[in-house]
Design a protein around this ligand. Structure first.
Ligand code: ARG
Length: 271
């Protein structure tokens, strides 16, 4: 049975000034050149794909001194129009939070919270109907989990990330259908206790193999029906189809050099 898509509103930032000049995750190697025109084309394909699926894409103005701004998911978490801004772990990205704050203020968001604790937005917060799943271990502070719970009034489930390749929750876990609390994830990215928590809360989750996780296949975006994911994660296509989803492979190879793919480029503005 095919699933139903629901229209979404996304915030993205073009990779106009994208480059890899520092390394804050194992994917980033400043010695490897980035093909900027190709990065732009790949990003435009993603933006256009969202629009052709009927979604709204809002744009952030890129800043020349902030090469990681293309990873817009990290700037905030928005639920029911309420905005929990990010507070970045690494100095190189700290100023991005203010760019996001100014965008929200200029676009009619009135409930915008500047956090006390480090959190990297949707990099580490994933939203289902019942829970906020929250990563920690590399970037977001465990204290940010309490802060998110208090601000949103939703139960936050803390999950410990243990493999540096999966430094953000959204590199290892993806919400496929939030209404049904349906997710996919790669167990190897989590501590034994967190794996047990995921098994208990999501016994029917789609479990990703190492190969697909290593292609950053979990860094995907679902609208309830279409699942846009890195095209190299071929092992995920069949299990997604079997569940009634429509996988759409995207090539974001240049952005992968920064350690991000589909989800990292996409912040969801939940109404
Ligand atoms: N270079 C960026 C960083 O390390 C990549 C961020 C990827 N974003 C994400 N949502 N996982 O911070």
């Amino acid at each position: 049975m095919p699933r139903d898509a629901s229209p979404r509103r996304y915030l993205m930032c073009p990779p106009t000034h994208f480059k890899v000049t520092y390394s804050i995750n194992p994917w980033m190697d400043p010695a490897k050149p980035v093909d900027l025109p190709l990065a732009l084309t790949q990003w435009e394909d993603l933006r256009d794909r969202y629009r052709s699926l009927g979604h709204t894409v809002e744009l952030l103005e890129p800043r020349i001194d902030l090469p990681d701004m293309v990873f817009a998911a990290n700037g905030a978490t928005v639920i029911e129009g309420r905005v929990l801004l990010a507070r970045f772990a690494h100095a190189e990205r700290v100023p991005e939070a203010a760019v996001h704050r100014d965008w929200f203020r200029a676009h009619g968001f009135t409930d915008v919270h500047e956090p006390d604790h480090i959190n990297e937005g949707e990099g580490d917060f994933a939203v289902t109907a019942t829970y906020i799943l929250a990563g920690r271990g590399f970037r977001s502070s465990p204290l940010s989990h309490d802060e998110a719970q208090e601000f949103f009034g939703r139960p936050v489930i803390g999950l410990e990330l243990v493999d540096p390749r999966y430094y953000h929750l959204d590199t290892a876990l993806c919400v496929l259908d939030e209404a049904a609390d349906e997710i996919m994830y790669y167990p190897g990215a989590f501590s034994p206790g967190s794996r047990a928590v995921l098994r208990r809360l999501f016994p029917d989750a789609l479990i990703a193999e190492e190969e697909d996780a290593a292609a950053l296949g979990l860094n995907a975006v679902s609208d309830g029906r279409h699942v846009l994911l890195p095209q190299a994660a071929v092992g995920l296509y069949r299990p997604l189809r079997e569940r009634g989803f429509e996988p759409i492979g995207m090539d974001l190879g240049e952005l992968l050099k920064g350690g991000g793919s589909v989800k990292c480029c996409t912040q969801e503005l939940r109404a």
